[in-house]
Design a protein. Sequence first.
Length: 334
Amino acid sequence: MPPPTHTTTASAPGKLILFGEHAVVHGQPALAVPLSAVRVTVRAEPMPPGTGTLIHTPDLERSIRVSVEPDPIPDRLHTALAYPIQVARRALNVPLPDMMLIVNSTIPIASGLGSGAALAAALIRAFTDALDRPLSNDALNPLVYEVEKQHHGTPSGIDNTVIVYEKPVYFVRGQPPEPFTIARPFTLLVADTGNPSPTHIAVGDVRALYEAEPDRTGAIFREIGQIVEQARQIIESGAAESGTTGSSTIESPGPLIGSLMDANHALLRDLTVSSPALNALCAAARNAGAWGAKLSGGGRGGNLIALVPPDRAEHISRALRTAGAVGVIETTVT
Ligand code: MEV
Protein backbone atom coordinates (compact mmCIF):
# COMPACT_ATOMS: atom_id res chain seq x y z
CA MET A 1 0.00 0.00 0.00
CA PRO A 2 1.50 3.40 -0.93
CA PRO A 3 1.98 5.74 2.02
CA PRO A 4 -0.48 8.63 2.39
CA THR A 5 0.78 11.63 0.42
CA HIS A 6 -1.63 14.38 1.32
CA THR A 7 -3.18 16.06 4.34
CA THR A 8 -6.86 15.45 5.06
CA THR A 9 -9.23 16.81 7.66
CA ALA A 10 -12.37 15.19 9.07
CA SER A 11 -14.74 16.09 11.86
CA ALA A 12 -17.74 14.88 13.84
CA PRO A 13 -20.28 16.77 15.99
CA GLY A 14 -21.38 16.30 19.56
CA LYS A 15 -24.88 15.05 20.32
CA LEU A 16 -27.81 15.70 22.61
CA ILE A 17 -30.20 13.06 23.80
CA LEU A 18 -33.56 14.82 23.89
CA PHE A 19 -35.48 11.97 25.52
CA GLY A 20 -34.91 8.37 26.52
CA GLU A 21 -31.31 7.95 27.73
CA HIS A 22 -30.62 4.89 29.89
CA ALA A 23 -34.00 3.30 29.09
CA VAL A 24 -32.69 3.01 25.49
CA VAL A 25 -29.99 0.61 26.73
CA HIS A 26 -32.85 -1.67 27.87
CA GLY A 27 -34.86 -1.68 24.64
CA GLN A 28 -36.93 1.51 24.86
CA PRO A 29 -36.84 4.17 22.11
CA ALA A 30 -34.92 7.44 22.42
CA LEU A 31 -34.63 10.70 20.47
CA ALA A 32 -31.29 12.38 19.79
CA VAL A 33 -30.01 15.26 17.67
CA PRO A 34 -26.52 16.26 16.57
CA LEU A 35 -24.94 19.25 18.33
CA SER A 36 -22.84 20.99 15.70
CA ALA A 37 -21.80 23.83 18.01
CA VAL A 38 -19.15 21.50 19.45
CA ARG A 39 -17.01 19.18 17.32
CA VAL A 40 -13.96 16.97 17.16
CA THR A 41 -11.68 17.77 14.22
CA VAL A 42 -8.80 15.52 13.14
CA ARG A 43 -6.08 16.43 10.63
CA ALA A 44 -4.08 13.57 9.13
CA GLU A 45 -0.60 14.37 7.82
CA PRO A 46 1.86 12.07 6.03
CA MET A 47 5.08 11.39 7.97
CA PRO A 48 8.55 10.17 6.91
CA PRO A 49 8.98 6.41 6.44
CA GLY A 50 9.48 4.51 9.69
CA THR A 51 7.58 7.02 11.84
CA GLY A 52 4.53 4.80 12.38
CA THR A 53 1.09 6.12 13.26
CA LEU A 54 1.09 8.87 15.87
CA ILE A 55 -1.81 10.73 17.48
CA HIS A 56 -1.30 14.15 19.01
CA THR A 57 -3.81 16.11 21.09
CA PRO A 58 -2.47 19.67 21.50
CA ASP A 59 -5.20 20.58 24.04
CA LEU A 60 -4.39 17.69 26.35
CA GLU A 61 -0.66 17.85 25.54
CA ARG A 62 -0.60 14.15 24.84
CA SER A 63 1.11 12.20 22.05
CA ILE A 64 0.81 8.48 21.57
CA ARG A 65 2.09 5.89 19.11
CA VAL A 66 -0.55 3.47 17.86
CA SER A 67 0.34 -0.22 18.00
CA VAL A 68 -1.23 -2.83 15.74
CA GLU A 69 -3.19 -4.52 18.53
CA PRO A 70 -4.87 -2.85 21.53
CA ASP A 71 -2.34 -2.16 24.27
CA PRO A 72 -3.04 -3.81 27.63
CA ILE A 73 -2.49 -0.57 29.55
CA PRO A 74 -5.06 0.86 31.95
CA ASP A 75 -5.04 4.32 30.43
CA ARG A 76 -8.45 5.44 29.17
CA LEU A 77 -7.16 8.37 27.13
CA HIS A 78 -4.56 6.22 25.36
CA THR A 79 -7.24 3.65 24.55
CA ALA A 80 -9.75 6.31 23.44
CA LEU A 81 -7.20 7.62 20.95
CA ALA A 82 -5.59 4.39 19.74
CA TYR A 83 -8.53 1.98 19.60
CA PRO A 84 -10.47 3.72 16.78
CA ILE A 85 -7.37 3.49 14.58
CA GLN A 86 -6.80 -0.16 15.51
CA VAL A 87 -10.42 -0.92 14.60
CA ALA A 88 -10.18 0.99 11.29
CA ARG A 89 -6.85 -0.59 10.36
CA ARG A 90 -8.29 -4.04 10.91
CA ALA A 91 -11.43 -3.19 8.89
CA LEU A 92 -9.36 -1.97 5.94
CA ASN A 93 -6.84 -4.79 6.41
CA VAL A 94 -3.84 -2.50 5.94
CA PRO A 95 -0.55 -2.06 7.80
CA LEU A 96 -0.25 0.99 10.05
CA PRO A 97 0.87 3.88 7.83
CA ASP A 98 3.40 6.63 8.56
CA MET A 99 0.93 9.25 9.63
CA MET A 100 0.31 11.87 12.28
CA LEU A 101 -3.28 12.45 13.40
CA ILE A 102 -3.78 15.77 15.17
CA VAL A 103 -6.93 15.98 17.30
CA ASN A 104 -8.72 19.14 18.34
CA SER A 105 -11.97 19.00 20.24
CA THR A 106 -14.42 21.48 21.68
CA ILE A 107 -16.59 18.70 23.19
CA PRO A 108 -16.08 18.42 26.94
CA ILE A 109 -15.07 14.90 27.98
CA ALA A 110 -17.46 12.72 30.00
CA SER A 111 -20.19 15.34 29.89
CA GLY A 112 -23.04 13.59 28.07
CA LEU A 113 -22.31 15.24 24.72
CA GLY A 114 -20.85 12.21 22.94
CA SER A 115 -17.15 13.10 23.07
CA GLY A 116 -16.04 9.44 22.83
CA ALA A 117 -18.14 8.58 19.77
CA ALA A 118 -17.27 11.87 18.06
CA LEU A 119 -13.56 11.30 18.68
CA ALA A 120 -13.79 7.80 17.21
CA ALA A 121 -15.82 8.97 14.18
CA ALA A 122 -13.47 11.86 13.35
CA LEU A 123 -10.32 9.74 13.86
CA ILE A 124 -11.57 6.90 11.66
CA ARG A 125 -12.78 9.32 8.96
CA ALA A 126 -9.45 11.18 8.86
CA PHE A 127 -7.47 7.91 8.84
CA THR A 128 -9.48 6.24 6.07
CA ASP A 129 -9.73 9.42 3.96
CA ALA A 130 -5.94 9.88 4.18
CA LEU A 131 -5.50 6.34 2.86
CA ASP A 132 -7.91 7.11 0.01
CA ARG A 133 -10.30 4.51 1.40
CA PRO A 134 -13.17 6.79 2.55
CA LEU A 135 -16.02 5.01 4.32
CA SER A 136 -19.73 5.60 3.82
CA ASN A 137 -21.66 6.49 6.96
CA ASP A 138 -23.20 2.99 6.83
CA ALA A 139 -19.71 1.46 6.92
CA LEU A 140 -18.37 3.88 9.56
CA ASN A 141 -21.23 3.49 12.02
CA PRO A 142 -20.51 -0.14 13.08
CA LEU A 143 -16.83 0.69 13.55
CA VAL A 144 -17.65 3.56 15.90
CA TYR A 145 -20.10 1.26 17.70
CA GLU A 146 -17.27 -1.23 18.22
CA VAL A 147 -15.23 1.55 19.85
CA GLU A 148 -18.22 2.51 22.00
CA LYS A 149 -18.42 -1.10 23.24
CA GLN A 150 -14.81 -0.83 24.31
CA HIS A 151 -15.62 2.35 26.25
CA HIS A 152 -18.69 1.22 28.10
CA GLY A 153 -19.57 -2.39 27.56
CA THR A 154 -23.25 -2.21 26.70
CA PRO A 155 -23.91 0.93 24.65
CA SER A 156 -27.28 1.16 22.96
CA GLY A 157 -25.70 2.51 19.75
CA ILE A 158 -27.56 5.83 19.82
CA ASP A 159 -24.46 8.01 20.30
CA ASN A 160 -22.52 6.62 17.32
CA THR A 161 -25.64 6.69 15.14
CA VAL A 162 -26.59 10.33 15.68
CA ILE A 163 -22.97 11.45 15.48
CA VAL A 164 -22.05 9.52 12.33
CA TYR A 165 -25.19 10.43 10.34
CA GLU A 166 -25.39 13.93 11.86
CA LYS A 167 -29.18 13.88 11.68
CA PRO A 168 -31.99 13.75 14.28
CA VAL A 169 -32.74 10.11 15.05
CA TYR A 170 -35.48 8.02 16.64
CA PHE A 171 -33.54 5.05 17.88
CA VAL A 172 -34.40 1.61 19.18
CA ARG A 173 -31.48 -0.66 20.05
CA GLY A 174 -30.88 -3.35 17.41
CA GLN A 175 -33.21 -1.76 14.85
CA PRO A 176 -32.27 0.41 11.87
CA PRO A 177 -32.32 4.06 13.03
CA GLU A 178 -35.32 6.08 11.88
CA PRO A 179 -34.79 9.71 10.92
CA PHE A 180 -37.30 12.00 12.55
CA THR A 181 -38.32 15.44 11.39
CA ILE A 182 -38.50 18.59 13.43
CA ALA A 183 -41.57 20.43 12.22
CA ARG A 184 -40.84 23.64 14.11
CA PRO A 185 -37.29 24.62 15.15
CA PHE A 186 -36.86 24.98 18.90
CA THR A 187 -34.28 26.58 21.17
CA LEU A 188 -32.31 24.64 23.76
CA LEU A 189 -29.80 25.77 26.33
CA VAL A 190 -27.12 23.22 27.08
CA ALA A 191 -25.74 23.88 30.56
CA ASP A 192 -22.61 22.24 31.90
CA THR A 193 -22.43 21.29 35.58
CA GLY A 194 -18.64 21.19 35.24
CA ASN A 195 -18.65 17.73 36.82
CA PRO A 196 -17.36 15.09 34.39
CA SER A 197 -19.02 11.72 34.86
CA PRO A 198 -18.09 8.63 32.83
CA THR A 199 -21.15 7.10 31.16
CA HIS A 200 -20.12 3.50 31.79
CA ILE A 201 -20.44 3.89 35.57
CA ALA A 202 -23.99 5.30 35.41
CA VAL A 203 -24.99 2.66 32.83
CA GLY A 204 -23.57 -0.10 35.08
CA ASP A 205 -25.41 1.26 38.13
CA VAL A 206 -28.72 1.37 36.24
CA ARG A 207 -28.17 -2.22 35.15
CA ALA A 208 -27.51 -3.20 38.79
CA LEU A 209 -30.68 -1.40 39.86
CA TYR A 210 -32.65 -3.27 37.19
CA GLU A 211 -31.24 -6.59 38.40
CA ALA A 212 -32.04 -5.75 42.04
CA GLU A 213 -35.54 -4.35 41.41
CA PRO A 214 -36.67 -5.55 37.98
CA ASP A 215 -40.38 -4.69 38.36
CA ARG A 216 -39.96 -1.11 39.56
CA THR A 217 -37.04 -0.34 37.23
CA GLY A 218 -38.69 -1.99 34.23
CA ALA A 219 -41.79 0.15 34.85
CA ILE A 220 -39.62 3.29 34.86
CA PHE A 221 -38.04 2.24 31.56
CA ARG A 222 -41.50 1.74 30.02
CA GLU A 223 -42.72 5.11 31.28
CA ILE A 224 -39.69 6.77 29.70
CA GLY A 225 -40.48 4.93 26.46
CA GLN A 226 -44.01 6.36 26.49
CA ILE A 227 -42.64 9.87 27.01
CA VAL A 228 -40.36 9.37 24.00
CA GLU A 229 -43.30 8.35 21.80
CA GLN A 230 -45.35 11.36 22.90
CA ALA A 231 -42.43 13.73 22.38
CA ARG A 232 -41.77 12.34 18.92
CA GLN A 233 -45.38 12.84 17.92
CA ILE A 234 -45.40 16.46 19.12
CA ILE A 235 -42.00 17.35 17.65
CA GLU A 236 -42.87 15.79 14.29
CA SER A 237 -46.27 17.45 14.05
CA GLY A 238 -45.01 20.75 15.47
CA ALA A 239 -48.28 21.42 17.18
CA ALA A 240 -50.00 21.12 20.49
CA GLU A 241 -53.63 20.94 19.55
CA SER A 242 -56.15 22.17 22.05
CA GLY A 243 -59.81 21.74 21.39
CA THR A 244 -62.06 24.77 21.98
CA THR A 245 -65.77 24.59 21.39
CA GLY A 246 -65.60 22.15 18.55
CA SER A 247 -62.75 23.79 16.64
CA SER A 248 -59.08 23.33 17.47
CA THR A 249 -56.40 25.97 17.74
CA ILE A 250 -52.71 25.44 17.06
CA GLU A 251 -50.51 26.46 19.98
CA SER A 252 -46.77 26.42 20.54
CA PRO A 253 -45.74 22.88 21.48
CA GLY A 254 -43.03 24.30 23.81
CA PRO A 255 -44.90 23.94 27.12
CA LEU A 256 -45.98 20.41 26.27
CA ILE A 257 -42.51 19.25 25.22
CA GLY A 258 -41.11 21.03 28.29
CA SER A 259 -43.43 19.16 30.65
CA LEU A 260 -42.36 15.88 29.03
CA MET A 261 -38.74 16.87 29.67
CA ASP A 262 -39.54 17.51 33.33
CA ALA A 263 -41.25 14.12 33.58
CA ASN A 264 -38.31 12.38 31.88
CA HIS A 265 -35.90 14.08 34.30
CA ALA A 266 -37.91 12.93 37.32
CA LEU A 267 -37.75 9.33 36.05
CA LEU A 268 -34.00 9.62 35.47
CA ARG A 269 -33.70 10.81 39.06
CA ASP A 270 -35.56 7.67 40.12
CA LEU A 271 -32.97 5.69 38.16
CA THR A 272 -30.31 7.41 40.38
CA VAL A 273 -28.53 9.09 37.47
CA SER A 274 -29.24 12.72 38.37
CA SER A 275 -27.18 14.71 40.88
CA PRO A 276 -27.77 17.66 43.22
CA ALA A 277 -26.04 19.97 40.70
CA LEU A 278 -28.22 18.74 37.82
CA ASN A 279 -31.39 19.07 39.90
CA ALA A 280 -30.43 22.58 41.00
CA LEU A 281 -29.74 23.71 37.42
CA CYS A 282 -33.02 22.19 36.18
CA ALA A 283 -34.89 24.09 38.90
CA ALA A 284 -33.04 27.32 38.09
CA ALA A 285 -33.93 27.00 34.40
CA ARG A 286 -37.61 26.43 35.15
CA ASN A 287 -37.76 29.25 37.70
CA ALA A 288 -36.28 31.61 35.11
CA GLY A 289 -38.96 30.71 32.56
CA ALA A 290 -37.78 27.54 30.74
CA TRP A 291 -40.62 25.32 29.48
CA GLY A 292 -38.80 22.29 30.89
CA ALA A 293 -35.36 20.85 31.61
CA LYS A 294 -33.67 17.50 32.01
CA LEU A 295 -30.25 15.93 32.21
CA SER A 296 -28.93 14.71 28.87
CA GLY A 297 -26.72 11.66 28.32
CA GLY A 298 -25.27 9.49 31.05
CA GLY A 299 -26.05 11.91 33.90
CA ARG A 300 -24.58 12.12 37.43
CA GLY A 301 -22.89 15.29 36.14
CA GLY A 302 -22.24 16.50 32.63
CA ASN A 303 -24.87 18.58 30.88
CA LEU A 304 -28.55 19.34 31.07
CA ILE A 305 -30.81 20.71 28.39
CA ALA A 306 -33.49 23.33 28.93
CA LEU A 307 -36.21 24.09 26.38
CA VAL A 308 -36.71 27.84 26.32
CA PRO A 309 -38.83 30.48 24.62
CA PRO A 310 -36.28 32.08 22.26
CA ASP A 311 -36.88 35.58 23.64
CA ARG A 312 -36.09 34.33 27.19
CA ALA A 313 -32.91 32.45 26.25
CA GLU A 314 -30.46 35.11 27.40
CA HIS A 315 -32.20 35.64 30.72
CA ILE A 316 -32.41 31.89 31.44
CA SER A 317 -28.79 31.43 30.38
CA ARG A 318 -27.73 34.05 32.93
CA ALA A 319 -29.84 32.34 35.62
CA LEU A 320 -28.14 29.01 34.84
CA ARG A 321 -24.69 30.57 35.21
CA THR A 322 -25.70 32.20 38.48
CA ALA A 323 -26.91 28.78 39.69
CA GLY A 324 -23.46 27.29 38.98
CA ALA A 325 -23.33 26.26 35.31
CA VAL A 326 -19.71 26.56 34.12
CA GLY A 327 -20.80 26.98 30.50
CA VAL A 328 -24.06 27.45 28.60
CA ILE A 329 -24.50 26.85 24.87
CA GLU A 330 -27.59 28.09 23.04
CA THR A 331 -28.59 25.96 20.08
CA THR A 332 -31.52 25.86 17.70
CA VAL A 333 -32.68 22.35 16.85
CA THR A 334 -33.83 22.18 13.24
C1 MEV B 1 -25.32 8.02 26.66
O1 MEV B 1 -25.17 9.13 25.80
C2 MEV B 1 -26.71 7.46 26.56
C3 MEV B 1 -26.98 6.26 27.45
O2 MEV B 1 -28.35 5.92 27.21
C4 MEV B 1 -26.08 5.11 27.14
C5 MEV B 1 -26.36 4.47 25.79
O3 MEV B 1 -27.42 4.65 25.21
O4 MEV B 1 -25.49 3.71 25.34
C6 MEV B 1 -26.85 6.63 28.91
